[in-house]
Design a protein around this ligand. Structure first.
Ligand code: SF4
Length: 356
């Protein structure tokens, strides 16, 4: 048996693959890779259902001291005016989400010196007071470390205070978990080890998270696999990662605008390799927001099994000029047309309503 057949045998039998195997998969024939990933998806998630959640991202400030080169969103990038929302402005957005039957709010800001623990906790409390059942999947590892530094306290104290104020879970916002890349594109943001530390702290506090990946930042294929390795290791250790969400980097309007954007083929390969390599993460999200509906539909047959949030008021990706939108009905159509059963879910991936 040659090495390729051997690797296929491993994948089809559900065996864990290694780093070199993952690297080898990037040069597989794409349809074959997609089939293998779909087999692994069926093992992890045998049902034909594809979930989505009705949620809202509230970007409460775009002032950020990190000034990452890959970010078109922060005010210093110059593409949008600086702003800061008041709690009342945040609540108006949550009111609209509640009126649409949404269940989850993602509060996301930058590393803004004017938003300390007091302000962040007040936002969480105000939302929970008005809507006790709204789930707060909010802030990020970078904001957590920023708050710890700003107040001179530990990461676990920050997490405990946010949890006490109403935080239910925290998105992983992982970018690229390779320090060589981080030093180049986001030197003022947290390191890979600090990201891992936040994950361990969330686990100790009983909070769940997710892992993302922003790729196309000039990293090598080996570094993409390195990122996946960090994610798999954290999940082995903590079990808190509910989903993996890859995003392609959109260079337009960033300080890296001269870079070639990743292609749709790059995206599909990454989704498929992630599904096979991350054998301990049940949900792989199809990134319709950055990749568009058509590519997200194809991703659903190559390892992805969730569509993430709809009704999203999103400004971070929009700042790069990419504008794909979806509402509940639109998402049901997109998933059904891909031959799958749309399911509206909650933040814990439990079915609220099936549209099959
Ligand atoms: S990616 Fe996040 S931390 Fe970096 S500049 Fe943008 S908002 Fe700030």
């Amino acid at each position: 048996m040659n090495a390729k057949n051997n690797l296929e045998g491993k994948i089809l039998s559900g065996e864990r693959i290694g780093r070199d195997d993952a690297l080898a998969l990037f040069s597989f024939d794409l349809p074959r890779l997609g089939l293998l990933a779909d087999e692994r998806r069926k093992k992890a998630h045998p049902s034909n259902e594809v979930g989505f959640i009705v949620d809202r991202i509230v970007n409460f400030t775009n002032v950020c001291t990190a000034a990452c080169a890959f970010c078109a969103y922060h005010a210093r990038a110059g593409s949008i005016e600086p702003y800061r929302m008041t709690i009342d402005e945040v609540l108006v957005k949550v009111d609209e989400l509640a009126a649409a039957g949404g269940t989850q709010v993602m509060l996301q800001g930058g590393l803004d010196p004017q938003f300390g623990l007091e302000e962040c906790s007040a936002m969480l409390r105000a939302i929970k007071e008005r809507y006790p059942s709204i789930y707060l999947h909010s802030f990020s590892p970078a904001e957590t470390v920023h708050l710890a530094r700003r107040h001179g306290i530990s990461i676990s104290e920050v997490v405990a205070m946010l949890k006490e104020a109403g935080l239910d879970s925290m998105p992983g916002a992982s970018d690229m978990l390779v320090d060589r890349v981080r030093r180049r594109v986001s030197p003022n943001k947290i390191t890979k080890d600090e990201w891992v530390e936040v994950m361990r702290t969330l686990a100790a506090a009983g909070l769940k998270s997710s892992a993302t990946m922003t790729y196309g930042l000039g990293e090598t294929l080996e570094e993409r696999v390195e990122h996946l390795e960090v994610v798999r290791g954290v999940q082995d250790e903590t079990g808190i990662l509910r989903a993996f969400i890859p995003w392609s980097f959109s260079p337009a309007r960033t300080l890296m605008a001269d870079m070639e954007p990743a292609t749709g083929i790059d995206y599909l390969r990454l989704v498929a390799v992630a599904r096979i390599y991350l054998d301990n993460i049940r949900f792989i999200q199809a990134g319709w927001l950055t990749e568009g509906h058509a590519l997200a539909q194809i991703a659903l047959s190559m390892g992805a099994n969730d569509m993430g949030g709809v009704l999203t008021e999103e400004v971070v990706v929009k700042a790069t000029g990419v504008e794909t939108t979806a509402d509940r009905e639109g998402m049901i159509r997109v998933i059904s047309a891909a031959g799958r059963v749309p399911v509206e879910r909650d933040s814990d991936y439990r079915t609220i309503r099936s549209y099959g």
